[in-house]
Design a protein around this ligand. Structure first.
Ligand code: A3P
Length: 317
């Protein structure tokens, strides 16, 4: 079995070598696959998900571009589905409770056996909508999407990459990283195409795809959490609402609470063979921090791209 899996992954690496390639952040190669850019170490996992993952209708999938609130939504989804437990989120990093398909499960040359997991199975992914495995689309399982204003997404991504870069020499300057982000050559980029695909899917198939914006969630978290719970088929009863269960979940999953827990302050959230420090996923958790980093020209450029890309689709970020 191991040999078979290794051969499968070897084939993906061979396919990768035929794809368009550019130098991305932190001197990593990015490969273009089905219109989006992927970092070299994770693309074989994406291909394995596309070819081997079998979705169940009872699954819940969280999708997002990187650095748009995935950790928050992972926590909320897990807490909503497991509200009767004494809470594992106090001792386990959210990324371990709701793993990414392409770099935690389909990683290290493995094709995992996932049928044995209890239902509902909770998974996350950064894979764009048009590249999701057919079985996810056919299953009709709920897909929750979270995105964020590109200016904050970029600033958050830049900090994250700097934090996880092991060598100083490979850290991109803000200007270099900005150029790549605008050109679309960033992890799972172009950012705008990623967002637009899920936005359109949420309009075409509202029963299957729910679209959230980080800023709107921050502004009105109670309403969003209730809608989220209904969408993933775990609605709150009136009694639970009266007992304050919704507020409790919101507090448990808040940036202030999660970022102060020992499990999220120290140690690694394992992604394949790479241990990424758990605290890299918690920085400020604020809306609008871009104003501390971007020049007026950068702001204008990002806003212009957003206007052009989203024009006519009824989407603003
Ligand atoms: P900042 O870098 O702007 O602080 P992701 O989880 O998709 O990697 O996104 C990371 C961003 O979400 C970071 O943003 C991080 O601080 C913020 N974040 C993490 N946990 C959060 C939470 N519980 N509530 C709100 N924001 C959170």
């Amino acid at each position: 079995q191991e040999d078979k899996e290794e051969t499968t992954y070897q084939r993906y690496t061979e396919i990768m070598s035929t794809l368009p390639r550019v130098r991305g952040f932190a001197l990593k190669n990015l490969y273009q696959h089905q219109g989006f850019w992927y970092v070299d170490s994770y693309l074989p996992g994406v291909m394995a998900v596309q070819n081997h993952f079998m979705a169940h209708s009872s699954d819940i999938l969280l999708a997002s571009p990187p650095k748009c609130g995935t950790t928050w939504l992972k926590s909320l989804i897990f807490a909503i589905c497991n509200r009767k437990l004494l809470h594992p989120l106090l001792n386990v990093n959210p990324h371990q409770l709701v793993p990414f398909l392409e770099f935690q499960l389909y990683a290290n040359n493995q094709i995992p056996v996932l049928d044995i997991l209890p239902s509902p199975r909770l998974f996350a992914t950064h894979i764009p909508y048009s590249s999701l495995p057919q079985s996810i689309l056919d299953s009709g399982c709920p897909i929750v999407y979270i995105c964020r204003n590109p200016k904050d997404a970029f600033v958050s991504l830049w900090h994250f990459l700097n934090k996880i870069s092991t060598e100083e020499s490979t850290m991109p300057s803000l200007e270099e990283a900005f150029e790549m982000f605008c050109n679309g050559a960033s992890h799972y980029g172009p950012f705008w195409d990623h967002v637009l695909e899920y936005w359109r899917a949420s309009l075409d198939r509202p029963q299957c795809v729910m679209f959230f914006k980080y800023e709107e969630m921050q502004a009105e978290v109670i309403g969003h959490v209730k809608r989220l719970a209904e969408f993933i088929r775990c609605p709150f009863s009136l009694e639970e609402e009266k007992e304050g269960v919704v507020d409790e979940i919101i507090r448990l999953c808040s940036f202030e609470n999660l970022s102060r827990l020992d499990v999220n302050k120290a140690g690694d959230a394992l992604f394949g063979k790479t241990g990424i420090k758990s605290n890299s996923f918690f920085r400020k958790g604020k809306v609008g921090d871009w104003s501390n980093y971007l020049t007026p020209n950068m702001i204008e450029r990002l806003d212009r791209i957003s206007e052009q890309k989203f024009h006519g689709y009824g989407l603003t970020l």
